[in-house]
Design a protein around this ligand. Structure first.
Ligand code: AMP
Length: 504
């Protein structure tokens, strides 16, 4: 019987001796060996009581076994729920309470702290540690290497991913078999993935980028992955010669560019570098091309929608843009207050519709109604603009929009100019409370190594370029911008840090 996602991604691996995972120590795991592990894990899930539609939550380190739990959950008809390994027991308690999984897998080192959390959520607890050991894999060892996947249609749920939730509580985005498969198919096609590809995989697998964009595309197309536990610059530089392609967040690329060993010769053989999850500075794009001869292919997506847009594989990959809507994805820019489509070239709310768009937030019908329109368009919360040739650019998050003295200010416009100033490596522009203006524009700068930006000179430099209301009312220099694991600047933390700047 059919299991839509399993049949496309994992069923073809059965009995195959092609390599699927290459580990940093040189060990290789064939597709067939992986498939046998998935079968044993699927039996173990069923033995743990996981029935179709049940959630399987995991907070485990990235490993071949962790990836196999994802595949096994899909095979058993369950819903896979990976959690960021950085979450504390208190945070995990919220997720388990909200998702009420049948089974929760955690690292052995955290078992004692998480046992009461699992218990109060009514979840069974088993261990899967970073080295692949623990009660779950050990219990699975005796099961058969073959498992008949549970029937699942395209509309059935395959995964919940909780939104990163930089504001408010995280929401569980419900993703169906069809959401995930349709996006993997489109990306594989658009980015020309084949069974000859070896993807250097240094992303976490608790997030849409590393789990779905990377793993689903490679599993679908029959290639291999060099599976690193995380991003380690030395390891990436050592292993790049064995890869054909790499997917990264912008910080991967800035860190690589900081290393003289990362040069044209090292990556001459590479086919593709992609970037997403956070904005790639146009400057990084240009520097990358100058150094390596490759143009990074930037794309745009989110937990709730998978990928929405991509720069072209063939054709111009334009710095500072996220390219065109993917085939099958409708994208429009609307006035956030009326929902009316805006004329091309005007900035507004990005809304998307397509087979990639999720089913709603788990047990949050009101939040779902607020963000997912009845006609199927999802209100992304991102402000964007489409240029004359159809390239989409992200201007910022709607919640980061600054309203100062009644005027709307998009931080990106100011950040781009601040980034050009002498001594400035990068910047983040935020709104902070101000007694007269409601909010004031405030710029947070990071200095280039060995340089000291001069705030007064920078303010003078902005005067001729930006309308008065857009000019920062203050600037501060910090050692680095706070970023989450996916490289996104956490503006909420900066707003908190500088909220008293203009207090009376
Ligand atoms: P997440 O749900 O954690 O994947 O975060 C999704 C958000 O990341 C989007 O709504 C955007 O705000 C941001 N994002 C993703 N890709 C890009 C990109 N290429 N450029 C700018 N922002 C991006």
């Amino acid at each position: 019987m059919a299991n839509v996602l399993y049949d496309a991604l994992f069923a073809p691996m059965e009995g195959s001796d092609r390599r699927l995972l290459v580990l940093p120590d040189g060990r290789e795991i064939s597709a067939g060996a992986f498939s046998a592990m998935v079968a044993r894990f699927s039996h173990a899930l069923v033995a743990a009581g996981v029935a179709p539609g049940d959630r399987v939550a995991v907070q485990v380190a990235k490993s071949p076994e962790a990836l196999a739990v994802y595949a096994a959950t899909v095979a058993a008809g369950g819903i896979f729920l990976p959690l960021n390994t950085a979450y504390t027991a208190e945070e995990v308690s919220y997720f388990l309470g909200n998702a009420t999984p049948k089974l929760f897998l955690c690292d052995g080192a955290k078992e004692a702290a998480l046992a009461p959390v699992a218990k109060s959520a009514g979840a069974g607890l088993q261990v899967l540690s970073a080295d692949g050991s623990g009660s779950f894999p050990e219990g699975a060892a005796g099961f058969s290497d073959h498992f008949e996947p549970v029937a699942r249609s395209g509309d059935d749920l395959a995964a919940f991913l909780y939104t990163s939730g930089t504001t408010g509580r995280s929401k569980g985005a419900m993703l169906t078999h069809s959401n995930l498969l349709s996006n993997a198919e489109v990306l594989a096609q658009e980015w020309r993935f084949t069974d000859a590809d070896v993807l250097l995989h240094a992303l976490p697998i608790f997030h849409t980028h590393g789990l779905f964009v990377a793993c689903n595309v490679v599993c679908l197309t029959g290639g291999a992955m060099i599976f690193l536990p995380g991003f380690d610059r030395d390891e990436v530089i050592r292993l790049l010669p064995q890869a054909t392609s790499m997917m990264g967040v912008p910080t991967f690329y800035t860190r690589l560019l900081d290393d003289p060993r990362f040069d044209r010769q090292l990556v001459e053989h590479m086919r593709l570098f992609t970037s997403g999850s956070a904005p790639l500075l146009a400057e990084t794009h240009v520097e990358f091309e100058g150094r390596t001869g490759h143009r990074i292919l930037e794309r745009y997506g989110m937990t709730e929608t998978n990928m929405n847009t991509s720069n072209p594989y063939e054709g111009e990959r334009r710095a500072g843009t996220v390219g065109f809507p993917l085939p099958g994805v409708e994208l429009k820019i609307v006035d956030p207050s009326t929902g009316e489509t805006l004329p091309r070239g005007e900035a507004g709310m990005i809304e998307v519709r397509g087979p990639n768009v999720f089913k709603g937030y788990w047990q949050m019908p009101e939040k779902t109604r607020e963000e997912l329109r009845e006609d199927g368009f999802f209100i992304t919360g991102d402000i964007g603009v489409i240029d004359a040739e159809g390239y989409v650019s992200i201007v910022g998050r709607a919640k980061d929009l600054i309203i100062t003295g009644g005027y709307n200010v998009y931080p990106k416009e100011i950040e781009l100019i601040l980034d050009e100033q002498e001594g400035v490596l990068e910047s983040a522009v935020i709104g902070v409370p101000h007694p007269d203006f409601g909010e004031a524009v405030f710029g947070v700068l990071v200095a280039r190594a060995g340089e000291t930006p001069d705030p007064q000179a920078i303010m003078a430099g902005l005067a001729g370029r930006l309308a008065k209301f857009k000019q920062p009312k203050g600037l501060a220099v910090v050692a680095e911008l706070p970023r989450n694991t996916m490289g996104k600047v956490q503006k909420n933390l900066l707003r908190d840090q500088f909220k008293g700047r203009f207090a009376k």
